[in-house]
Structures are given as C-alpha cells and as structure tokens.
Design a protein around this ligand. Structure first.
Ligand SMILES: Cc1cc2nc3c(=O)[nH]c(=O)nc-3n(C[C@H](O)[C@H](O)[C@H](O)COP(=O)(O)OP(=O)(O)OC[C@H]3O[C@@H](n4cnc5c(N)ncnc54)[C@H](O)[C@@H]3O)c2cc1C
Length: 394
C-alpha cells in the first residue's frame, strides 16, 4: 500500500526466491518448475491487479511414470486402463478414493501418517506400488512419516482433470514477468528493494524493531524458522527439506510428449519434467527438461553429473544433445509436512513479529504461491489493524 514505507531485504542478487528464473538469451525459465491451479484465487487476483491477466494460460499437464526401465503414459482413461502395474480392481478403488477426496477434512487427518491412512483406505498393495513411490520422490526417507492431511489436500488440488490431462495455469513466457511487475509496483509505491542484503540481525526494541541496526515500526518475515533463529529471534524450529533442480536445454524432445514423469526406479532425481510438453517449445527454440529431487541431508557435490549420467542412460540421450544445464539447490524449499505438523505449527511464533513464510497458516497443508500471496495479504491486514489500534506499529 502507498500508506506505508517498506523496505525489502533480499539476500540474493535478485528477488523471486524459489520462483526466480534463469535469464537465457531470448527467454527466461524458472529455476524450479512452477504452475498454478484454478483454485488459486488470490494469486489470480494479484495477476489481474498487476495487469497480467492477458498472460494467464490454462495448459494441459500430462503425466506418466518411469518404472522397470519404461515410460508409462497415464493421462487418458485408455492409458490408465492399459497400465499394467495395478489391477482393474485397484484402479477402480483409486478412482473412487479420488472421487470422495474432497469429503475428507485435512485437519482431522493431521496426526495420522499417510502410510497408515492410505493402507487403511486402499490396502497395502496400492500404497506400496502407487503412493509410496510418489511420497518417496517428494519426501525421500521421510515418506512414511508424512501426514495424511498433506496427501488428501494434494490429491484434491490435483483433481482438475480432463481427458488431455490436468488443467494447469502458467504465464505466457514464464513467471519472470510476474516478479518484474511486482517489483515495479513495489518501487512505484515508494518501496525499496535491497538485493544482496541479507538480514543478519533482527531484534525487538521498545518502539519497534532493529534490522541490521536500522529501526522499523514492524517486520514481516518470510524465511524459514531456522534462518530466522540465526538472525536472533527465539523461534521454535520446524523441519524443512531442501530441493535440487537441474534445468536442461535439449535439442530434441525426450519424454514422449509427457509433461510430468514420476520416477519409480532408483535415480538421483524423483521426477522428470518435460517443460516444453506443457509450455510451447517455440518460446525457447529448444526443449526444456527439469530433473527434480528433494533432500534432507546435503546433496552430493557432484549431483549435477550424477543426474545427467543417469538421465542420459535411462532416456537414451547423447551428451551433445544437452545444450546447457544448470543446477539450483535450496536447503529451505518447504516444510516437512509430517504427522502432527499442525500442532507443532501452533508453537512457532515470535511475539510482535509477523510471520508470512512457507510455514504460515495459509500454506497448510502444502506451501504454494497462492499460500504466500494469502500470507502476504494477512500480514498487510495485521499491520493496518495494529496501527489503527495503537497509532503506531508495535
Ligand atoms: C521444486 C519446487 C516446485 C514448486 N512448484 C510449485 C508450483 O508448481 N506451484 C506453486 O504454487 N508452488 C510451487 N512451489 C512452492 C513455491 O515456490 C513456494 O511456496 C513460494 O515460492 C514461496 O515463496 P516465499 O516468498 O514464501 O519463499 P521463498 O521463495 O523461499 O523466498 C524466500 C526469500 O528469502 C530470501 N532470504 C533467505 N534468508 C534471508 C535473509 N537472512 N535475509 C534476506 N533474505 C533472505 C531468499 O533468498 C528468498 O529469496 C514449488 C517449490 C519448489 C521447491
């Protein structure tokens, strides 16, 4: 709002965080694959406010799995029927489960593990052969501890399907226009964006806060509790996991036209994302593929090489067909939504500090761009209310 003077501290050279992009010659591409959903109403409204409504595209996200050395497309009803690793009865049970998914209240399922819940609902075989590999690619060694609340909301959000695949939102030529437009707007309203400026010290004073020694009336924090704690505030921890994402330019398509392939075979990545089977290849002049993985302990120093070697072998690619490759890792890529997460979340507060990071209420039971926008709106509202109450911000 133009009524407040705001300063954004960003430790990296550019803003955007997980949603930032590589700027290649002629195009920009997100460092971590992103799309949005039709229910992301606050984000869609923000796009409109920023004059980006015309850039919203609804595209088909096709899916498949890679298992026992083969790609299985799983988008159309016929492909699902032909899939040999589940019986007809299993597929029927899965379809029924998906149909009634919105009747579950995620909060009621928070303390139950996905393993216990799904085994109870669908049986051991469907859990082991279908859900476990998915959870594994998303949470690694923590797969069995993840809350049923996360799974239920995840399946529900991903049920906007037609016969061509899931309907997913993307911005024409990527999200970098969103980040650019947002920064322009912040500056237009008199806000200051300080890149390459990490917050190193944050302390509460009688009349407000000191950030790296500079006084402010109020502070909104959007970083992980562990990072915040390193700046001074005594905040209980909440476990996060890291993400590693390799982006590659390729001279030909390699995913058999599929956008999203979950790896069920052992690999140093959990999913292969054929970005140009989703967004038009013409924007890039080459194929773009992501190899994605999540981690809990520091990733191998030669992870990029390990990923490329495995990918070339599994997908029959010659090295010289890869035109460029870049790996980005982020140790705080999202909270670990383990059983009991919600209860734990209630303890994660710092008096007087407004928290709007990926662990905030709005990002339960899964963090998202929409969750961050909603957390931002709540934070702005809280600042306004505090000011109305006391005349100054606490
Ligand atoms: C692989 C992957 C895929 C995803 N796909 C989707 C998707 O398809 N759709 C979707 O809705 N969501 C997706 N998400 C989630 C989405 O990216 C996040 O929910 C959202 O971007 C979080 O935004 P944020 O600003 O809260 O946090 P972040 O993007 O993490 O931003 C935090 C910022 O704080 C900065 N920072 C850290 N420490 C300091 C410090 N001490 N001082 C100053 N600055 C600091 C960081 O550099 C960063 O810029 C995905 C996430 C990942 C990892």
């Amino acid at each position: 709002s133009p009524d407040h003077k705001i300063t954004i501290y960003e430790k990296s050279a550019e803003i955007g965080g997980l949603l930032s992009s590589y700027h290649r010659e002629g195009y920009a591409i997100e460092k971590f694959y992103h799309h949005f959903f039709s229910g992301d109403t606050h984000f869609l409204h923000l796009l409109e406010e920023l004059g980006l409504k015309e850039k919203i595209l609804w595209l088909n996200g096709s899916t498949g799995t890679y298992q026992n050395g083969r790609i299985y497309p799983l988008t159309t009803p016929l492909e699902i029927l032909r899939y040999p690793h589940l019986t007809i009865a299993d597929k029927f049970r899965l379809a029924l489960f998906t149909k009634k998914i919105t009747s579950y209240d995620p909060e009621q399922l928070d303390t139950i593990s996905a393993e216990k819940f799904l085994t109870g609902q669908l049986g051991e075989r469907i859990y082991r052969s279908f859900f476990r590999p998915l959870l594994n690619s998303k949470f690694g060694q923590n797969a069995d501890t993840i809350s049923a609340a996360w799974v239920v909301s995840r399946v529900a959000i991903r049920s906007d399907r037609g016969t061509g695949g899931e309907r997913l939102g993307y911005l024409e030529r990527g999200f970098s226009s969103f980040i650019d437009r947002l920064s322009e707007k912040i500056r237009q309203y008199g806000g200051e964006i300080r890149t390459n400026t990490p917050v190193l010290q944050l302390s509460r004073e009688e009349q407000g806060w000191l950030v790296n020694g500079e006084p402010y009336d109020g502070v909104i924090a959007t970083i992980a509790p562990a990072l915040l704690r390193a700046c001074g505030p005594d905040i209980p921890d909440i476990p996060y996991q890291g993400a590693a994402c390799l982006t590659m330019g390729l001279s030909r398509p390699v995913t058999r036209g599929i956008y999203w392939i979950n790896l069920y075979d052992d690999a140093p990545y959990g999913a292969v994302i054929g970005h140009t089977c989703f967004a038009p290849r013409a924007w890039y002049g080459e194929d773009i593929v992501y190899l994605a993985s999540y981690y809990n302990t520091a990733p191998a120093p030669d992870l990029q090489e390990l990923m490329i070697r495995d990918f070339c072998r599994k997908f029959s690619i010659q090295r010289d067909e890869i035109t460029w490759a870049a790996l980005t890792t982020d140790p705080c890529a999202g909270p670990l939504y383990q059983a009991g997460y919600k209860e734990r979340l209630r303890t994660v507060t710092v008096p007087g500090l407004i928290l709007a990071g990926m662990f905030s209420e709005e990002n339960y039971p899964e963090r998202s761009i929409e969750g961050s926008v909603r957390a931002g709106l709540r934070a702005a509202d809280e600042i306004t209310r505090r000011q109305e109450r006391t005349g100054v911000m606490e």
